[in-house]
Design a protein around this ligand. Sequence first.
Ligand code: 13P
Ligand code: SF4
Length: 307
Amino acid sequence: WPEQARLISEINRLKVERNAVILAHNYMTPEVFHGVGDYVGDSLGLAKEAARSDAKVIVQAGVHFMAETSKILSPEKTVLIPDLRAGCSLASSITGADVRLIKQRYPGLPVVTYVNTTADVKAETDICCTSANAVQVVEWAAREWGVDRVILIPDEYLARNVAAQTTVGVLAWKGRCEVHERFTAADIAEMRAAYPGAEILAHPECPEDVMAAADFAGSTAAMIDYVEARRPKQVVMITECSMASNVAGDVPGVQFIGPCNLCPHMKRITLENIRDCLLHMQFEVTVPQDMIERGRQAVQRMIDLPP
Ligand code: 13P
Ligand code: SF4
């Protein structure tokens, strides 16, 4: 693939010229993930890296809420996203005004917000969480506020899946990930019948019956760690399609089988638009100063929790 190789070397040269790093989510295509990502990982890992990096420019190879999170954590840096249309069905399911109404209805309860939200929602939030730490964050918030239930928004399935793992009560919203909500328990039953020895891993944005039927549930990074550590002969990853492609090269002998769904938002990011992004310094993601200040407290609290 000479064209891909040419683009990768052009991007790597531009990164040095611009003093830029590329933060690539696990759902990027393999040529982005392996070819140009300086840091790759799940939402939590990328947020931590955005806070640590001393580059002047961050290119978010991921979706818009991730770029906003990077800007909130590094307001002095230029944060770019290669395609401004890379959104998320969870982030667009709720607004800051919705959160203000929820707070009026349930005064005194902490608001825990999944990072898959816009900056105006984070500005109304007490602490953020990702799929990697949601149970820990919910329990921390209940302890700190001295309450027995918390608000966990906007992913309805993540909230129910967290509720199944804690005694803390969880009040949910009706947002859904358009990629993970499509998996069904019947998909898993079919895989079990066809491949009885396969291990089935599911992302916590899936419906509860899918989670209950899986062998392991975790964030994208946790799923990759699981496969690298246990090296199952056959594995099903109930998540976005690029996950299996990205990890396959590192685990020879593991066969990846079964259904996956594409995230149309993540798939907007390509080598071509990453090259254009660095060449023309487009498209800059900005967040109003007051939202940065209020949102940072919520994201930083999450990052500062012990592992
Ligand atoms: P994690 O990488 O944090 O598991 O999130 C998955 C996701 O859907 C991000 O958009
Ligand atoms: Fe949003 Fe789901 Fe796509 Fe992640 S996979 S960006 S949660 S729509």
